[in-house]
Every structure is written in structure tokens, then in C-alpha cells.
Design a protein around this ligand. Structure first.
Ligand SMILES: Nc1ncnc2c1ncn2[C@@H]1O[C@H](COP(=O)(O)OP(=O)(O)OP(=O)(O)O)[C@@H](O)[C@H]1O
Length: 714
């Protein structure tokens, strides 16, 4: 017999097929057992590692952070939020009572069916339908109060966060002086929203099952007592406790760190959002450079990184959900059946034996009611267990939101942390480093309006020292011109005067902040009307309080040669995207108009006239001086020298010179002007010579002006 025919015979042999089936099942079972063994071995090791390495979700830190945030969300015992929680809790409890009532009602309906009692059946079923009305209302109220609570928490937390963010220039400091909070916008919007909805959701997801388990257990015990089955309650209760406890332990062991993973996902989302906002803000520059490919690559990379993290969360959930479903759906159902059966099977009660049907319908009713109640409490326990995953996720959001408040608090109090590059590895030049971890400088308000720096170093947020020690005194009326090479710390001096950068050492005396008005290199236009641009950061109301009218504003615009834009843009109340609508020079002139509006003691002018024509610049500078404003100007334009009385010159190596602009300096300026004039004339010489040649040719004369050939132009 050939091999094929032998195989065919075997395939049709029923005995062989039975044996093969047993073999296949045994093999499958062995494989499964091996895999489970492997999984458990692996988990065992992991459990050990977890125990050593990771802390429980409910660790002290998490609880501390949560209680910190709760104090913000529920500031007092009697506040709106605690009222919402109270009403929400009452509604949740009502829902539990309703579930118990419905379970009992279903038992009675089943009894009526077993007894074939039509009138009783109709009566009970109408009651059941009637109960549906309050049940649906309560269900929808539960959802409403859950969302309402989340919103109430969000309002509290967000308004607290906004207050913190705009106190003491925190919005500037978190992004410029500290590197811990990379995406403040993400934290202030998405993270707070996710945290609040997670807290509100968890509140109802934990409270309702707890009510369910407590009230249903009491009802079940009372049931068993009434049926004289009290003696058989203990074993089912013990079984339930053992199964629930065992499930909780297993799930805890196999649960991945969802909190950390969710926090990382939020971080990556923030990064992606940041890249998008950069593209929107710099679209013109990117378009001019043709940088779309480079920007797209950055976006795609960030998007891929986010997707990787999301996928990894999905994958980690597969095994977790499998085990969770097995334990809670199958193991628990089996245990539940056994628990209900034990009191019925082993009870010696004879109270229903005298009934016409020998107690069958009553036992069926008891079974149905108990089964419903048990299912409800099993469902409640399941919800409690699944909440573990949500609690770990909440831990992630809690850490992000708490971290945001912590960083804001730190930077407000002048405590900064910044990742700095190791200088010795990256920079060849010798650069002095500064310990920025503590701030020892003092800031005082000067009574006479003078600005004085006493041994104040200029230090960048990275700790680089740009000027070792600055000691200068500027009094009102001393117009100071500030010059020096790029990156030597000219604008940084203004940052220190404006309180943006800390005074790490020494002493700074300056007038009150509103007496210093800073006009930066890059003009900033706010959202709002044309008027809002001139009076920024005042509001229209504040303008009225200062007794300034639109006519005064027109006068200001005349001074800065911008009067035409009122008509062009459609009046003072015209709204526009002013960053785009105004030209570079117009934006700079709007900036200068603000100086006239605020009329401060000092105007800190940081190359803010580079796009303004020289004649207009001259007039504006003269007007500012006429108004009694002291000018501190950073500029490379020699034409502005004449408006200043003092010169602060950086050498670019940590040193500087502060001298009066004496006649020497002014003489240098007139020499410089003359040199420029001579050079201009020399540049015209070749053209003049060429023209002379042409004229001589036309007149048929000999060109005798060769002496001019001796002139050389450099
Ligand atoms: N937010 C910041 N974080 C870290 N370093 C900074 C920051 N802002 C400026 N710096 C550094 O501080 C140093 C001084 O900068 P500053 O803006 O004062 O230069 P500048 O003299 O005004 O130069 P320029 O003439 O080019 O405007 C530079 O080395 C710069 O890199």
C-alpha cells in the first residue's frame, strides 16, 4: 500500500480520528499551559522588578499632588463645587436604590410567569415600565452632573492658572529663563481639560460602584436572613471576597504604567502643537526661504513620535484587557452562579414548602432577584477594577498639571532650572560660567528717578556672563547711546532694567516700572482696534481715565508721521491683523507713538527705528527730548549720536566704557560726516571724467585734465 493510500485509510478511520482529536486537544492544552507558565514566570520577574523599581499608583507623591489640585478646585467646604458633588452623590445613591428595586421587581415578574398568574404579571410589568421614567431621568442627570462637575473644576483650575501665568511676568520666564515647561499652552488648555474630566469621571465611576456594592450586599444578606438561609451566607461571601481580591492583585501586577505613558503622550501632543504654531507664526519667512520640506519633515517626525506612543499604549492594553475580561466576565460569572446556588441548595429552610407549588415559584423569584443583584454588584466591582487603569492615567495628568503649577511658582519666586550645554565640549572660546541657581542681587526703587547699577553682572539665562560687573549711574536728562558688537549684552541691559532677567548679584536702583517704556527691535501689535495699538497695553477705559482723547492720539500720530493711517484703515475703531497690515516702518512708528502716549521718564529704544527714514527719525527723537523723556538708545546709526549726552560702549569681551559724549565725540561725528561726504564725491569722479571726455569729443577739443587721473578712489 502506498503512503498516500495508508494516510487516506487512517484519515477515514473513526478510531484514529478520535485519538488524533484527543492528541490535538492535548497538544493545544499543553501549548497554552506552557504559554501561561511563561507569561506568569515573566510576570513574576516583572513583579519583582516592579516591587523594587516602581512605586504604587497611590503613592504619597500622587496623593499629595492630587490634594494640592483639589484645594484649588474646591477652595472651601461651602462652595459651588461641593454643592455639585453633594447633588451628584445623592443622584448616584438614588440610582443604586432604583437598581435594587428593579431587581426585586424582576423577581416578582418571573414568579408571576412561573405561577401563570396573568393579572399579577400585568400589574408587575406596568410597575416595571413606570419605574423606567425616573430611571432614565436619573441616568441622564448622572451624565449631566459628571460633565458639569468637570467643567466647574476646569473653570477653577484654569482661572487659577491664568492668574499665576500672568503674575510677575511668569509667561516670559517659563519660556525664556526656565526649560522645565516646554509647552505651556498645552498644559494650560488640553492637560487641564483632560485632568478635570478624568477627575469628574472617576468620581462617579468610583462612587456609584461603592454605593452599589455596599447597598446590594446589605440587601442580599437581608434576603438570605428572611429566607432562613443565614447559615449559608458565609461561604459565598468568602468566595466573592477571595475572587475579587485575587483579580485585583493579578490586574495590579500586569498593569503597565499607563500614567507615565499618558503623560508622555500629552508631552508629544504638545510638541506637535508647538511646531504647528511656529509655522503659523513664521509662515512668511518659511515661504520666502522655501522651507516647506524642512518644516514638513519636522512635523512628520513629531507626528510619528506621537503615533508611536499612542500605538504602544494600544498594544500594552491588549494583554491587560484580555486578562481583565477573562477574570471579570468568566471567572466572576461562574463564581456568582455558585454563590447564588449555595444558599438555595444547602439551606434547610421549610418556610415555602406549604405553598401550592411546593415553593418552586418563590425559589425561582429568590434566584432571579439574587442573580440580578449579584450581577449588578459584580458589574460595580468590575467598574471599580477597571477604574485602576483610569486612576493610573489620572496620575499622568495630575503630574503634568501639578508640574505646571510648581514651575510657575518657582519662576515667580526667581527659582529657575535650565538645561545648559556643557561649554567645554561645545565652545572653544573661554567663557565665564555663572551659577544661576541662586539670586543674590537687590532691586530698589530710586527716589530721584535715577537708574543705578552697582556691581551688577549681565548674565544670560544659560549662565553665560556677557558683562562681568556693571557700575553705572544714569540720571534724568542723561541721554545714553549704547553701542557695541552683536551679542555683547546691549538688549540684555534693558531686560535687567525691565525686570525680565534677574539681578544675580549687586544692586539695581531704578524708578517704578511704569517710568521705563521699552520699544523692542521687533515691533509687537496686539489684537484689537487701531486705537488699542497706540495705547497698548492700556484699555480704552484707562485712556479715558487718563483724560486722553482721540484728538490727542491724532496729535501723537502727526508727530510720528502716521496720521494718514487713520483714514486708510477706517478710523480708530477699525479692527485688523495689525502685524500683517502695517509695514515694517509703520509698525516701528506705532511703537514710538506709544512712547508719546505713555510719556515715561525713560524710553528704552532698542534699534526701534531701523526701518524709519532718517529725517522722520530726527523729528521723532527731537520731539521725545522736548517732552522731557530721557533716551537710552541702542543703535548702530551714527545719525542718532547727536541726540545723546553719554555713551555706553561695550567691548564685546565682558567690559564696557561709560563716558560723556564730549566735544571730542561730537568732533568725531562731524569728521565722520565729512569723510562720508568726501567719499561720496570721490565715487562720482570716474563718471565726471567720462562725461568730460564725451564733452571734449563733441567740442573737438583736446582733453587737458589729465591731472585728475592722479586721483584714486578706494
Ligand atoms: N532668552 C535667552 N536665553 C539665553 N541666552 C540669551 C537669551 N537672550 C539673549 N541671550 C544671549 O545673551 C547674549 C546677549 O544678547 P543681547 O540680546 O543682549 O545682545 P545685543 O548686544 O543686544 O545684540 P544685537 O546687537 O545683535 O541685538 C547673547 O549671547 C544671546 O545669545
Amino acid at each position: 500500500m502506498s503512503v498516500q493510500s495508508k494516510l487516506l485509510t487512517l484519515a477515514f478511520d473513526p478510531n484514529f480520528r478520535r485519538k488524533a482529536k484527543i492528541g490535538a486537544v492535548s497538544f493545544g492544552a499543553a501549548l497554552l499551559a506552557y504559554n501561561v507558565y511563561k507569561l506568569l514566570r515573566g510576570k513574576e520577574n516583572k513583579v519583582e522588578v516592579y516591587k523594587k523599581k516602581r512605586k504604587s499608583v497611590f503613592d504619597k507623591e500622587f496623593l499629595f499632588r492630587l490634594s494640592y489640585l483639589f484645594k484649588i478646585m474646591i477652595p472651601r467646604l461651602f462652595c459651588k463645587e461641593s454643592g455639585v458633588i453633594l447633588i451628584h452623590s445623592i443622584i448616584l445613591m438614588l440610582r443604586t436604590f432604583l437598581s435594587i428595586y428593579v431587581a426585586a421587581l424582576e423577581g416578582r415578574i418571573i414568579k408571576a410567569i412561573v405561577q401563570k398568574d396573568i393579572s399579577q404579571f400585568i400589574y408587575q410589568i406596568s410597575k416595571w415600565l413606570f419605574v423606567a421614567v425616573p430611571a432614565t431621568f436619573i441616568n441622564s442627570m448622572i451624565r449631566f452632573f459628571e460633565s458639569y462637575l468637570g467643567l466647574a473644576f476646569k473653570i477653577r483650575l484654569t482661572s487659577h492658572a491664568y492668574n499665576e501665568y500672568f503674575k510677575n511676568q511668569v509667561y516670559y520666564r517659563v519660556s525664556n529663563l526656565d526649560s522645565r515647561l516646554l509647552n505651556a499652552d498645552q498644559c494650560l488648555t488640553e492637560d487641564i481639560t483632560m485632568f478635570c474630566s478624568s477627575v469628574a469621571h472617576l468620581y462617579s465611576h468610583l462612587t456609584k460602584p461603592i454605593f452599589d456594592i455596599a447597598l446590594i450586599s446589605i440587601t442580599l444578606i437581608n434576603y438570605a436572613r428572611r429566607r432562613e438561609a443565614g447559615g449559608t451566607i458565609a461561604p459565598p461571601m468568602f468566595m466573592a471576597a477571595a475572587v475579587i481580591f485575587g483579580t485585583a492583585q493579578i490586574l495590579k501586577c500586569i498593569s503597565p504604567r499607563f500614567g507615565d505613558m499618558v503623560a508622555e503622550e500629552a508631552n508629544r501632543k504638545g510638541n506637535l502643537r508647538y511646531l504647528h504654531s511656529r509655522i503659523i507664526a513664521n509662515s512668511e519667512e518659511i515661504a520666502f526661504y522655501g522651507g516647506h520640506e524642512a518644516e514638513k519633515n519636522l512635523l512628520v517626525k513629531a507626528f510619528d513620535k506621537l503615533n508611536e506612543q499612542t500605538k504602544s499604549i494600544f498594544k500594552k492594553r491588549i494583554v491587560y484587557i484580555m486578562v481583565e475580561q477573562f477574570l471579570m466576565k468568566y471567572l466572576w460569572s461562574g463564581t456568582g452562579m455558585t454563590m447564588i446556588a449555595i444558599p438555595i441548595l444547602f439551606s434547610n429552610s421549610t418556610i415555602f414548602d406549604n405553598e401550592p407549588d411546593g415553593g418552586v415559584s418563590e425559589r425561582t423569584r429568590g434566584f432571579a432577584t439574587a442573580k440580578n443583584l449579584l450581577y449588578s454588584s459584580a458589574d460595580a466591582a468590575e467598574r471599580l477594577m477597571t477604574s485602576y487603569k483610569e486612576v493610573t492615567e489620572l496620575a499622568g495628568y495630575t503630574s503634568r498639571v501639578y508640574n505646571m503649577f510648581e514651575v510657575m511658582d518657582d519662576v515667580r519666586n526667581g527659582k529657575y532650572q535650565r538645561q545648559t550645554v556643557n561649554v567645554s565640549e561645545t565652545l572653544e572660546i573661554e567663557n565665564e560660567r555663572f551659577d544661576t541657581s541662586y539670586i543674590d542681587g537687590k532691586i530698589e526703587i530710586s527716589s530721584g528717578g535715577e537708574i543705578e547699577l552697582i556691581q551688577v553682572p549681565i548674565v544670560t539665562p544659560n549662565g553665560d556672563v556677557v558683562v562681568k560687573n556693571m557700575a553705572i549711574k544714569i540720571t534724568p536728562g542723561m541721554h545714553v547711546l549704547i553701542t557695541g558688537p552683536n551679542g555683547c549684552g546691549k538688549s540684555s541691559l534693558f531686560r535687567i532694567l525691565g525686570g525680565l532677567w534677574p539681578v544675580y548679584r549687586g544692586r539695581l536702583r531704578r524708578p517704578a516700572k511704569h517710568q521705563l517704556y521699552y520699544i523692542p527691535q521687533r515691533p509687537y501689535m496686539t489684537l484689537g482696534t487701531l486705537r488699542d495699538q497706540i495705547i497698548y497695553p492700556d484699555t480704552h477705559h484707562q485712556m479715558h481715565q487718563k483724560n486722553i482723547t482721540d484728538i490727542d492720539l491724532m496729535q501723537i500720530l502727526k508727530t510720528v508721521h502716521l496720521i494718514h493711517i487713520i483714514e486708510r484703515e477706517g478710523g480708530w475703531d477699525a479692527k485688523n491683523d495689525w502685524m500683517d497690515v502695517l509695514s515694517g516702518g509703520e509698525k516701528q512708528r506705532v511703537g514710538l507713538a506709544r512712547v508719546f502716549y505713555h510719556s515715561p521718564q525713560y524710553a528704552l529704544l532698542d534699534e526701534c527705528t531701523s526701518a524709519v527714514s532718517i529725517d522722520v527719525e530726527d523729528k521723532i527723537y527731537s520731539s521725545m527730548k522736548d517732552q522731557g523723556i530721557t533716551l537710552l538708545t541702542v543703535t548702530h546709526r551714527p545719525t542718532l549720536w547727536k541726540f545723546h549726552t553719554h555713551l555706553l560702549k561695550y567691548d564685546g569681551e565682558g567690559g564696557y566704557k561709560f563716558t560723556p559724549m564730549d566735544t571730542n565725540v561730537n568732533q568725531r561725528l562731524s569728521f565722520a560726516d565729512e569723510k562720508e561726504e568726501v567719499e561720496k564725491r570721490l565715487r562720482e569722479v570716474p563718471l565726471l571724467k567720462q562725461r568730460l571726455k564725451e564733452l571734449c569729443k563733441a567740442l573737438d577739443e583736446e582733453n587737458n585734465s589729465d591731472s585728475s587721473e592722479t586721483i584714486t578712489v578706494e
